[in-house]
Structures are given as C-alpha cells and as structure tokens.
Design a protein around this ligand. Structure first.
Ligand SMILES: C[S@@+](CC[C@H](N)C(=O)[O-])C[C@H]1O[C@@H](n2cnc3c(N)ncnc32)[C@H](O)[C@@H]1O
Length: 274
C-alpha cells in the first residue's frame, strides 16, 4: 500500500475517516508493514506484505468458484492460462487482450492525481492497465493469493499500485473518491451483486466512470449447458436485460454498451437519483 491512498480509505468497522497510519516500514516508497487505526472506534487493521487487510484476517463465506481463487497456483496461472485468451474464446471473434485493455484505457483515461479502483482484481490486470504516470491506483480482492500475485506482478513492472484485502460489498473507500472504477469478469461470481454495485456507485465521484466487463447468458445450447454447470459453483450469468436492471437499480446509468456473444462491456456513470 502506498501513502497517497491513505487519505481515501475509511474504517472497515465504522466507516469513519481519516485513518491514522501506525508504525510504517517502507520499501521503495511502499508501506510494507504497519497498521491503520480508526480514532473513532479504535479498530486497527494490519498492513502486511505490502497489502492492507481491511478484513482483519476475517474469512468470508465462499462459493466453490470463490474458493478456487484462494489457491496460490490458481492465482499464478489465472492470467497466462485463461485471461490472455478469455475474450477470444467467449466472444466468437478474435479479441486480443491488447484490444480490451486499449478500450479500458481509452474510456477511463487515467489522469495524474486522480484515484482509480479495480474491484475484485484477481492478478491485477486492469489495475496495471490504469497505472499511468501520477494516477493513484488501488485494487481490492478478498483472496490473499490473488493479491500477493497482483502485487508481485506490479512490483516486477515498477508500478505503484496499492492492494487492499476487502469485500466488494464493503469497499473501505470514502464516498465519491474515485474518478474511475473498473471490474473485469467479477460481477458473475461476486455474490451479492446489488450490494457490490451500490458500493461502486458510492465510491464514484459525481462525474466518475465505471467500466464493467462481464459475462451474460448464452443463447447457444452448448453455452447454456456449460453455464448451468458453472452456476452450481456460484457463478451467475444474467440475461443482458437483467444485467441492465441491476445497473439501473444501483443508480448507475449506461453510457455505452457492447456485446459479443456472452461478453458484455458497459461504461456507466452515476444516474441522477431523485
Ligand atoms: C474473474 S476474477 C477477476 C478477474 C480480473 N478482474 C481480470 O480482469 O483479470 C474474480 C475475482 O473476484 C474475487 N472476488 C469474488 N468475490 C469477491 C468479493 N465478494 N469481494 C472481493 N473479491 C471477490 C475473486 O477472489 C477473484 O480474484
């Protein structure tokens, strides 16, 4: 975790802020060991191995799909074995990772001194894509294995990204802090989607943007069979219309949307709630 992110985080217990940084040990500017203390409720949460554990060692109830993300080999192999070709395999066209990341960067346009958040980041692909010079980038996941791998990859490339262990349904970030929030493929397995989308809405700046890539219900017979098998492990594949209702209900307005077979990419902003 890097010091510039401390002002935008809030207490995971009582939501107060700012938090006080205790006993930091720095390595190349990163806080590798320390704690964040809430002066209001006195709860202290540790920073270990450079990662802020806002869940304070707490284990969450997990679906089988989520459990696989806790395994270190899954974290290590996730990007090279699956992610690099995932959209080509699922979109029915050649869809290189470069194209997805160019779209992400072009739509979010990370700017210096603005804060960006990757929610349910896995090995941190989107966070790395946003790490433009001067942009303040943080990424959240609830899996230690994924966060360690994400941090390893960022450090290998000299990127300044803050990693936080937290639930997508309780982001430890202050209201209206993020110029951009991104989520790649996670809405399908995140659990309570409404709570997660409401949290994303809460942390966005009034003119902030949310880039969401996720999977929708297949229309082909084989696709449906495969998806119904995966659904038993806790992965949800909504129809596009249902997905759009989820966004509406959370107060997120669609600015643009693309669909290629089961792959959907949506750019959203805050809806004006009456
Ligand atoms: C499909 S992967 C994310 C892929 C990544 N965003 C990318 O573009 O390569 C899903 C990730 O969501 C995380 N996850 C699932 N449910 C979560 C939750 N409720 N809170 C935080 N992280 C969650 C898992 O640990 C896993 O790393």
């Amino acid at each position: 975790m890097y010091p510039e992110v401390v002002p935008v985080v809030r207490c995971p217990n009582c939501t107060a802020h700012p938090l006080t940084l205790l006993g930091p040990l720095y390595e190349d500017g990163e806080i590798v060991v320390g704690a964040l203390r809430c002066e209001f409720c006195a709860v202290q949460t540790p920073i270990r191995e450079g990662i802020w554990d806002a869940l304070n060692d707490r284990l969450l109830p997990l679906t089988p799909a989520q459990i696989t993300n806790y395994l270190p080999p899954a974290a290590r192999l996730y990007e090279p074995l699956w992610r690099w070709n995932a959209l080509t395999l699922m979109s029915g066209r050649r869809f290189p990772l470069r194209e997805e990341l160019t779209l992400l960067r072009g739509l979010i346009q990370p700017r210096p001194d603005r804060f960006y958040l990757d929610v349910a980041c896995s090995a941190g692909l989107y966070a790395r894509t946003l790490a433009a010079p001067g942009a303040i980038v943080a990424a959240v996941d609830h899996s230690w294995a994924m966060l360690r791998e994400a941090r390893r990859q960022a450090r290998e490339r000299g990127l300044r990204i803050s990693y936080m262990r937290a639930s997508a349904q309780a982001l430890p970030v202050v209201n209206g802090a993020a110029a951009g929030v991104v989520m790649g493929g996670s809405l399908n397995e995140i659990g309570d989607q409404h709570a997660a989308l409401c949290e994303i809405r809460r942390v966005l700046e009034p003119d902030g943007q949310f880039f969401c890539m996720n999977l929708v219900k297949a229309t082909s017979g084989w696709g449906r069979v495969l998806q119904s098998g995966l659904s038993t492990g806790g992965v949800d594949f909504p129809k596009l219309a249902t997905l759009n209702q989820w966004f509406d209900r959370a107060g997120l307005r669609r600015e643009a949307q693309w669909r290629w077979r089961v792959v959907a990419i949506t750019l959203l902003q805050l809806a004006n709630l009456k």
